[in-house]
Ligand binder design. Structure first.
Ligand code: 5GP
Ligand code: MN
Length: 343
């Protein structure tokens, strides 16, 4: 962000600020929103957070999360806040269609727009852009942003807790997208007083019994392995959702279990939602699931973690996914990929 000092100057007096993040917000979306919320509030700004849909319950312990205004349940309030904002931050997304109707409101707004994000292929809608596709998480970039403004001394333990949470979830507990720089940032956060063990416990060891039973069901009854394409699929029906009382966030992380298999390079989690069939894709090594998500499922994301949707049934979405695998067979089973993704 070359023009960060110009933004710093604008933020030198209290402003009306709206922070936005993507639909079905995950730990990084919520962590970056809350981290920046606490930071900017501490600097004297009037800050509001807007999100298209409800946050998952496994994050409900996060301080300030109840302040998030959800478009799905409160569209008028969301509209009012966006319309009166002087600065709008786009966090953990890089295309306005990722936030549905809220995207149209932001497109119409004359507020200064600031994008902080780490997804591939950013759209050009923000005059201030911190878009780093190599970053582990948007939370890592919030830390960088605060540092670029020369204000890292104002990072409180509360801000640190939020940023640590997003780093933790987006790296799968430091398994993906790590770097020496990330560990330095995390070391700084721990020095501030962030309790990493406590947060790991809150995020990962607070499941309900039904979550483990659901995982067992997925692995025992809903998993299909296609060794010839080094691909694994887990799918869930509407009936599964009812039987296991699945709520938002309950399926988070299930797709990653497929990657534990030595012979799997691509993992797909395909599940029926009320109006659409959603697909979550993960990969190992340099195989891009972003390409599959954007080319075939109107989605996108990162090289190794992407998502999208189809507007047909679960069965036909699974068929469609399987039908595109031959196109990638050479890439998936070639010697080069085999060696890389097995490591
Ligand atoms: P998940 O599979 O956990 O929902 O998402 C994995 C990654 O893909 C996240 O970074 C998320 O932002 C991105 N993603 C998920 N669904 C979509 C989608 O429908 N469109 C786009 N552009 N990205 C998505
Ligand atoms: Mn993220």
């Amino acid at each position: 962000m070359e023009n960060v000092l110009e933004l710093k100057k604008f933020l030198a007096i209290p402003r009306d600020i709206v922070l936005t993040t993507h639909r079905n917000p995950d730990g990084d979306a919520v962590g970056s929103s809350l981290g920046l919320y606490h930071f900017l509030t501490g600097e004297g700004h009037a800050v509001h957070m807007c999100v298209p849909s409800e946050y998952p319950t496994f994050l409900s312990w996060m301080p300030g999360i109840d302040q998030m205004v959800v478009y799905d349940t409160d569209p008028e309030r969301t509209q009012e806040l966006i319309e009166r904002a002087q600065v709008i931050f786009a966090l953990d997304y890089n295309a306005l269609d990722r936030i549905d109707k809220m995207g149209e409101l932001i497109g119409d707004s004359r507020a200064k727009k600031v994008m902080i994000d780490h997804h591939l292929y950013p759209e050009d809608f923000a005059e201030y852009e911190l878009s780093e596709t190599n970053a582990s998480s948007t939370c890592e970039l919030i830390y960088d942003f605060i540092e670029m403004m020369g204000m890292e001394r104002s990072i409180t333990p509360l801000v640190g807790d939020c940023l640590f949470t997003g780093i933790l979830t987006d790296t799968g507990s430091f398994k993906y997208s790590t770097s020496p720089k990330l560990f330095r940032i995390v070391a700084n956060l721990l020095e501030l007083g962030v309790d990493d063990v406590k947060i790991q416990g809150l995020v990962f060891n607070c499941l309900e019994e039904k979550n483990l039973r659901l995982l067992g069901h997925c692995l025992a009854n809903r998993m299909e392995i296609l060794p010839e394409f080094r691909t694994g699929i887990i799918s869930l029906t509407k009936e599964d959702y009812e039987q296991f009382d699945i709520k938002r966030g309950d399926t988070e992380g299930i797709v990653n279990f497929l990657l534990k298999l030595k012979g799997v390079t691509v993992a797909a989690f395909i599940h029926e939602q009320p109006k659409i069939t959603k697909i979550s894709l993960r990969s190992k090594g340099d195989f891009s699931v972003q390409e599959i998500a954007s080319k075939y499922f109107k989605g996108g994301g990162h090289l190794n973690a992407s998502g999208g949707a189809s507007f047909t049934s679960l069965a036909s979405t699974i068929r469609k996914f399987k039908s595109i695998l031959p196109e990638y067979q050479e890439l998936l089973t070639g010697e080069k990929n085999k060696i890389k993704s097995d490591n």
